[in-house]
Design a protein around this ligand. Structure first.
Ligand code: NAD
Length: 475
């Protein structure tokens, strides 16, 4: 049904992946004391590099370097001087954007058209945006002379490795804090390239430190007594563990956790546009998106028509090589994540929902899952309640707006939601009633550094982005 496309692979020769990487501490790459680990391409299972694991002593060295830099250089530096570094970093990100995009797609599995057109430009925009704030902090809503918190310990997930790094590092540095950041264990490479960018920008040593490793490294970082602020993005389960770990200390915490967003389509919505929004909502980044529109709530009277259009559109999605510029859906990030998506999809079938995927040839090596939708889903089904974090859409129907609100809010999460309707008044009324940090109207998955992002309920607390994003890094 779809068009045949000739292969259009982006060349990977632009990135120079080293055989092994150390930790970035105090402006230099150093060996770690833990057992090093391999990072692979999820599309081919090829080993990309060996990466150092930071143990407690390495985390301690990084936190101490960050403390020294905070006290001696970065904290006392005037905001307009800090801004210059942030601008410089933003410009270098733009200059090296192709390299960053290729590396991100290799290590993460996401399609190059997304890393190139969404992730990396949004990363640069974040640094530009917060560079602009660095000398205007008296307007941040925290008094005439707001002070930084000190050393931030930041832990991020694998779904948007570089973008999550930017969301964490840019506001922290703009406010005068220094950071120790731990990328996810399956996607450390762009954070390490970012460390090189910090060197290239002549950022003073210790202002940014990158420690690689898995959960134990993250635990050592958030538990370190020298950390003043913990910022975490990841699963609700680990978020809860972190909240417990810092309880009783005077560390400030922000948590950006999971989601199970409702994308609500009313009968007066422009259906073709809604189909594009639904596809973008759940198949963007293989559905590895905390704010993914993973629950489609469609008004009963248009459900059949919408589903027919949606299936037709899904049949045109191209799944395959992340570096191919025509690819819409890349590889699942890891074998573990693939197993989780498969398990929950099987549970969906066994609980009685109807499973459908378009015919598509999946590569034989690497981790792949076809775009999938489930119809006949009830609110009790696990695929309607749990975050699948994959290209799997659960479709439910409703008759009245109040039923839509009730179903949309029937979740422990509250990160995002979408509303599709022609009526402005209905958009406003829905936005008021939906318990979600972001509500998109007639669009989905739009990210902008000026706009705050964050959750209700088990999706976490605190906001990132915009002026609100500064509050998390100021006294
Ligand atoms: P995860 O919670 O397993 O891991 C996230 C990070 O925490 C990784 O770097 C991991 O090494 C580290 N970690 C694991 N255990 C730890 C511990 N005990 N202490 C400290 N650090 C620890 O999540 P994931 O699988 O990498 O990411 C997927 C999750 O992230 C999804 O639930 C998704 O919704 C969520 N997410 C949320 C947002 C948001 O802004 N709300 C954005 C992206 C992803």
């Amino acid at each position: 049904m779809g068009f045949e496309y000739a292969p259009a692979p982006e060349s990977r020769s632009i990135v120079d992946i080293k055989p092994s990487y150390g930790l970035f501490v105090n402006g230099e790459f150093v060996d770690g004391h833990g057992k090093s680990f391999k990072t692979i391409s999820p599309a081919t299972e090829e080993v990309l590099a060996e990466v150092a694991e930071a143990d407690e002593s390495d985390v301690d060295a990084a936190v101490k370097a960050a403390r020294r830099a905070y006290e001696k250089v970065w904290g006392p530096m005037p905001g307009r001087e800090r801004a210059k570094y942030l601008y410089r970093i933003a410009r270098i990100i733009q200059e090296r954007s192709r390299e960053l995009a290729v590396l991100e797609s290799l290590d993460n599995g996401k399609p190059i058209k997304e890393s190139r057109d969404v992730d990396v430009p949004t990363v640069a925009a974040h640094f530009f945006y917060y560079a602009g704030w660095a000398d205007k902090l008296e307007y941040a809503g925290r008094g005439a002379d707001p002070r930084p918190l000190g050393v931030a310990g930041q832990v991020i997930p694998w779904n948007f490795p570089l973008l999550m790094l930017a969301w964490k590092i840019a506001p922290a540095l703009a406010c005068g804090n220094t950071v120790v950041l731990k990328p996810a264990e399956t996607t450390p490479l762009t954070a390490l390239l970012f460390a090189e960018i910090c060197q290239q920008a002549d950022l003073p040593p210790g202002v940014v430190n990158i420690v690689t490793g898995a959960g134990a490294t993250g635990q050592a970082l958030v538990g370190h007594a020298g950390v003043d602020k913990v910022a975490f993005t990841g699963s609700t389960e680990v978020g809860k563990a972190i909240a417990r770990a810092v309880a009783g200390t005077d560390k400030k915490v922000t948590l950006e956790l999971g989601g199970k967003a409702a994308n609500v389509v009313f009968d007066d919505a422009p259906l073709d546009q809604a189909v594009e929004g639904i596809v973008n909502g759940i198949f963007f980044n293989q559905g590895h998106v905390c704010c993914a529109g993973s629950r489609l709530l469609v008004q009963e009277s248009v459900a059949d028509e919408l589903l027919a259009k949606l299936k037709r559109r899904m049949s045109t999605l191209r799944v395959g090589d992340p570096l191919d510029k025509n690819t819409d859906i890349g590889a699942i990030n890891s074998a573990e994540q693939l197993a989780k998506i498969r398990d929950l999809s099987e549970i969906g079938e066994s609980e009685g929902a109807g499973r459908w995927s378009p015919a598509c040839d999946l590569p034989t090596t690497g981790f792949w899952f076809p775009p999938t939708l489930f119809t006949g889903v009830s609110q009790a089904h696990r695929i309607a309640r749990e975050e699948i974090f994959g290209p799997v859409l659960s479709v439910l129907t409703f008759r009245t707006p109040s039923e839509a609100v009730e179903k949309a809010n029937n979740t422990p999460y509250g990160l995002s939601a979408g509303v599709w309707t022609e009526k402005g008044s209905r958009i406003l009324s829905m936005a008021n009633q939906l318990r979600a940090g972001v509500v998109w109207a007639n669009t989905f998955n739009k990210f902008d550094p000026t706009s705050p992002f964050g959750g209700f309920k088990e999706s976490g607390y605190g906001r990132e982005g915009g002026r609100h994003g500064l509050e998390a890094y100021l006294k």
